[in-house]
Design a protein around this ligand. Structure first.
Ligand code: FES
Ligand code: FES
Length: 170
């Protein structure tokens, strides 16, 4: 839903399962609207140029860099930010278990990418995992801890998929 008032528009965004109204200009980027109007500061501003991935959220289940999406483009899509992951994503526990962060600035972006990979492609192999992780940059860790965390989650997710497939056909 969009209502226009001169150069401002009132739009409704679906974020973390809730409908939220915001007032935006045509050029406002989703990252700024999430952070400044909705108080969802988990997505971070790094480069604001599509390079670093600190601003990653999920749109309809897939990762997007919210610095590259206009707020008006997000109307009608399901948005998930790191705040909405709380309590539902095994990847959060895996990051803690493997100490997959240091300063934490990149962490919310990596969590969103890893969560999307585990939910959309639980049988992803190492090559696919590496391709997905290429979208984000961490300046602190060696990346090995992040790989260990996502590998454990993928192993678990793929075993669960195998079990449910077996239950369906048996
Ligand atoms: S802030 Fe969006 S990719 Fe860097
Ligand atoms: S933990 Fe510091 S940038 Fe990744």
């Amino acid at each position: 839903m969009i209502k226009y008032y001169n150069d401002l528009s009132v739009i409704e965004l679906h974020v973390n399962g809730e409908a939220r109204k915001v007032t935006v200009r045509p050029a406002d980027i989703l990252l700024d609207v999430l952070r400044e109007q909705l108080g969802l500061t988990g997505a971070k501003a790094g480069c604001k140029n599509g390079d670093c991935g600190t601003c990653t959220i999920l749109m309809d289940g897939l990762p997007v860099k919210s610095c590259l999406v206009l707020a008006v483009e997000a109307v009608g899509h399901e948005l998930l930010t790191v705040e909405g992951l709380s309590g539902i994503a095994p990847i959060q526990n895996a990051f803690v278990k493997y100490h997959a962060f240091q300063c934490g600035y990149c962490t919310s972006g990596f969590l969103m990418v890893c969560h999307a990979l585990a939910t959309t492609k639980p049988d992803a192999d190492e090559y696919e995992m590496e391709r997905w992780l290429e979208s984000n940059i961490c300046r602190c860790t060696s990346y090995q801890e992040i790989r260990s965390a996502i590998t454990e989650v993928l192993d678990t997710a793929s075993r669960q998929t195998e079990r449910s497939t077996y239950a369906t056909i048996s």
